[in-house]
Design a protein around this ligand. Structure first.
Ligand code: NG1
Ligand code: ZN
Length: 548
């Protein structure tokens, strides 16, 4: 590997220095910002992936180019580890280091220095696979990645347009191909085949209750869901999917007034097409890893939202029921993992009604995923609709070994096995989560009204506060309290005390870095007006402590 060729390749992918000596940082969403700032960053992420693959004995590393629910002008780049999980945290620091090099020479030098420090054999083989969402800017960013791979003799496979969870799936498949733990066929078609077969098994003798309208945020979920629908046979399972907001030819409409993030943050349905009262609706986000269901009560026209918390409670309650029926109760441990953004009513429901343990982690899927691995069945969801259910090897083996004593036990075990295949084990996947919800509703014989009745959300509000310096805000206790700036948390506590059943916290956003920096304030309370009022008051406190 030649220093000169790395420098020459790097020179084709410049980086803009940030004002005031600020650094680009690898955060919960990798590097995410305005697409025109990303060319050099993506090239350097390619270099780091080439190192990481070599460090892990040539296993393939995934790279996803997406800015998820962000507006069309943005993009992002994120590294996926060999088993389909997020990049190991220690390496986020190396990513930040390589990306912030001031010159192309420094890029090459840092690359060799990291190789030495991490004992990476640069003569060994390496592989990177990549995909992108539908943003046109992704095409040139993939070229930057490809150039980094050429400059470092790294094999590169461009899977072109994919959902984020599909790229995670493919990464795991490539690395387990031909082994007993093979995760599936290494192709997009293999992904659809695996999901559809598991879906049909999970729905054996069950019927979904008719039409489901899916808002795809005008993102990659639209064409990909339509691919899957080609395999699905509504006459077998009763599920009629109607795909809306699936225009991927007009880049500017991506995530515009539609999609899971719109529904969650505005707490209302997208304006177009207007949902009919009583209909079953859901929204995906721009890269199809978040899912939110909603329903308008035909009698009262009240809007009900089924967010990540509610999907988690539905999944946990159903799996716990299946365990009881299958006679596995007490043998395997089910747990729910949430973040501070989970509605207090959902936490209470899981702990008191379902009698299952709840763990709270900092924001960011890597934290939730990690905590979920501590259970035999780990149900993790962020309130925003990103999440999945992890089945440990132990759990899957137990389902295989268990001898059913009755037809009901057999059915419960079959359903558990099918769910373990249906639910994406690498990362939250809106398409597979949606089918999981449909399986559960069909098994329970529930409509959305029944699901809405399980518990009542506390009114809540999430506010974005622009601050001069978000690094001033340091948190503790899984982000539920501020340790810095001094005095800020006391003021928040004093404020919260004045409201009924209230809770509020503030933290720096990990994804909103450039050009403006933001903190997020969450508040919940007994009534809508109290929640709104509390959120505004805390936002004001944060603004005053936030620096110029
Ligand atoms: P930040 O900007 O750190 O709040 C947001 C979401 C996270 C996660 C990341 C990655 C909220 C409150 N925050 O992070 O949950 O999804 O984006 O996309 O929803
Ligand atoms: Zn997303």
């Amino acid at each position: 590997m030649e220093r000169d060729s790395i420098i020459a390749a790097s020179q084709k992918h410049d980086i803009a220095a940030l004002p005031d000596g600020k650094l680009y940082t690898y955060g919960t969403a990798g590097f995410r910002m305005a697409a025109d700032l990303l060319d050099g960053i993506t090239f350097r992420v390619g270099l780091l992936s080439a190192l990481r693959s070599r460090k892990l004995s040539g296993q393939a590393i995934g790279v996803m180019i997406t800015a998820s629910h962000n507006p069309a002008k943005d993009n992002g780049v994120k590294i996926v580890d060999p088993m389909g999980d997020m990049l190991e945290q220690e390496w986020e620091v190396y990513a930040t280091q390589l990306v912030n090099c001031a010159t192309h020479e420094a890029v090459a030098d840092t690359f060799f220095q990291l190789a030495e420090q991490l004992k990476v054999d640069l003569k060994s083989g390496a592989k990177v696979i990549a995909g992108r969402d539908t943003r046109p800017s992704g095409i040139t960013l993939l070229q930057a990645l490809s150039d980094a791979c050429s400059a470092t003799n790294t094999s590169f496979v461009d899977y072109k347009v994919l959902t984020t969870p599909q790229l995670h799936y493919l990464t795991r498949c490539v690395n387990t191909e031909g082994t007993p733990s093979s995760y599936g066929e290494v192709s997009e078609a293999g992904y659809y085949k695996k999901i559809n077969s598991a879906w049909e098994r999970a729905m054996k003798n069950k019927k979904a209750s008719g039409a489901l309208t899916v808002d795809c945020a005008n993102g990659v979920g639209g064409p990909k869901l339509k691919e899957l629908l080609k395999l699905m046979d509504p006459s077998k399972t009763g599920l009629e999917c109607k795909v809306v907001n699936d225009d991927v030819l007009k880049p500017e409409v991506l995530n515009l007034d539609c999609g899971a993030d719109f529904v969650k943050t505005r707490q209302r349905a997208p304006p177009n097409p207007k949902p009919q009262p009583g209909g079953r609706w859901c929204s995906l986000d721009g890269d199809a890893d978040r899912l939110i269901y909603y329903w308008i009560d035909p009698e009262t026209t009240q809007f009900f939202m089924f967010d990540g918390d509610r999907i988690a409670t539905l999944a946990a309650s159903f799996i716990a029921d299946l365990f009881r029926t299958a006679g596995l109760d007490g043998e395997l441990r089910i747990g729910v993992v949430q973040t501070a953004y989970a509605n207090g009513a959902s936490t209470k429901y899981v702990e008191q009604h379902l009698q299952l343990p709840v763990v709270c982690t900092p924001t960011g899927v890597k934290h939730l995923h990690h905590a979920a691995c501590a259970f035999d069945i780990g149900v993790y969801f962020e309130a925003n609709g990103h999440g999945t259910v992890l089945f440990s090897t132990d759990a899957v083996q137990t389902f295989e070994k268990k001898q059913p004593q009755s037809p009901a036990q057999k059915e419960a075990l079959d359903t558990l096995r099918a769910l373990a295949d249906l639910i994406n084990q690498t990362v939250g996947d809106a398409i597979s989560d949606m089918l999981m919800v449909e399986v559960i509703l069909a098994h329970k014989g529930w409509g959305l009204r029944d699901w809405a009745m399980t518990y009542q959300d506390l009114p809540n509000r999430l506010v974005r506060v622009e601050v001069g310096n978000k690094d001033l805000f340091q948190t503790t206790d899984a982000e539920r309290k501020l340790s810095q700036p001094a005095g800020c948390q006391d003021e928040i506590d004093q404020c919260v005390k004045k409201y009924t059943n209230a809770r509020s916290f503030a933290r720096a956003s990990g994804t909103e870095n450039y050009p403006s920096q933001a903190c997020r304030v969450y508040a919940e309370a007994a009534t809508r007006s109290e929640a709104d009022d509390l959120a505004n008051k805390v936002a004001h406190i944060v603004k005053t402590y936030g620096g110029a």
